[in-house]
Write a protein that binds this ligand. Sequence first.
Ligand code: ADE
Length: 370
Amino acid sequence: MSDRNRDRSGENPDRPPACLAPLPALIVDWYRENRRRLPWRETVSPYRTLISEIMLQQTRVEAVKPYFERFLATFPDIVSLSDADDDLLNKAWEGLGYYSRARNLKKCAREIVDRFGGVIPQSYSDLLSLSGIGPYTAGAIAAFAYGQPVAAVDGNVLRVTARITADSGDVLTPTVKGRLTDLVSSLVPKDAPGDFGQGLIELGALVCLPNRPPKCDVCPVRALCRGYAEGIAERLPVRGKKTERKLDRRTVLVIRSGTRTLLHKRPARGLLAGLWEFPNFSGGFSEKEALDAVRAYGLEPLRVVSLDPSRHLFTHIEWQMTGYLVLVGEPDRPLPDGFVMPETDDLLSRYAIPSAFSAYTRRLRDPLPR
Ligand code: ADE
C-alpha cells in the first residue's frame, strides 16, 4: 500500500457511486441476521479486537477459535502482555504459526503502556503507529471496538469489493488496493461502522468465497453487483503472481536418550526466532553425516532410524525435510549452550516448537524402536 494509503484516516469525504448507496444498509442487515457467533464478537473490547485481529491475520477462523480465550486467560490485558515471558508467550502462540506476530504483539503492548498509559488508542493514526499494526488492523480496532467510521480492508473485503465493482485490476498492487479502500471508506455508515466492516468480511467468508464460485444465489447485494451482472464474479479478484518460495532441503535430527529428547533454542533474531527446535541442518544428510553431527554434541549414538520426509511452507521459503531418529546413551557431560533434553511431557507442555516440526513432534509418544 502506498504511503498515501497507509496514512489516510480511513474516512473519505468522496461520495460513493449512487448505484452503491444501498450497499451499507444491505450489508449491515444481512450481517446482523447471518453472522457467525465468534468469541471475539460476543464480548467486544479493544484488547479482544487487537488480539483476535492479529491472530486472524494469517490464520483461519476455525484455527484461531481454540487459542483465543486461552491466550486471554494467560495474558488478560495489555500490561500482562507487555510483561510477558517470551517462552510463555511463544507457548501460548504455538500452533498459530507466524510467531513474529506474537513478538510484535508484545512490542505493541509495551508501546501502548509507554506511550498511551496502557490504553489502546482510538485514533486510526495512533493505532497505525504501533508495532505490528497495519492499515487493516488499525481500521478494525477503530471501527469494531471503538465504533469509528473507518474502513477495515483485508483480503476478504478486497475480493468482495473487486467483484461488486467488477474491478479487474491486480488487487495486490497499491493502486487497486487504494482504490477499493477509498470506495469502502466512502461507504462506511456512521451509525454502524463495526457491523458494516465485519459484514463485508463475513460476506467474503460465507458467500463471496475465495478460490471457489461465489454463492450469488444467496447474496444480499447481488442486485448491485457488477461482477455478477457481467458474469465475471468468479474470475475476480485478479492477483498478480507472488514470488516463488526458495527451496531449503534440511535434515532434522530427533535425538533421544530414553524418553528425553534434545532441543535447541533458535537465535533471538530471524526465522522462528527464540523458538525451540529439533537440531536441523541445511542439506540432505546421509546416515553417517547424521551420526557425525550427533557425536559433535558429545552424544554417543546407539541406533539410527530414518524418518518419513515432511515439508513446511513459510511465506518465502519451503523446507523439505528428511529426518533421523537417533537413540543415544545417557549424556555423560553437560549439553552445549542453548540445548536442553527434556522429558516428553515437559517438552510438549513447556517448550514452544514451531509447527514446521509437527511431523516429528507428533511422534514423540510412539514406542521407541528396539
Ligand atoms: N478475519 C479477519 N477479521 C475477522 C473477524 N473479525 N471475524 C471473522 N473473520 C475475520
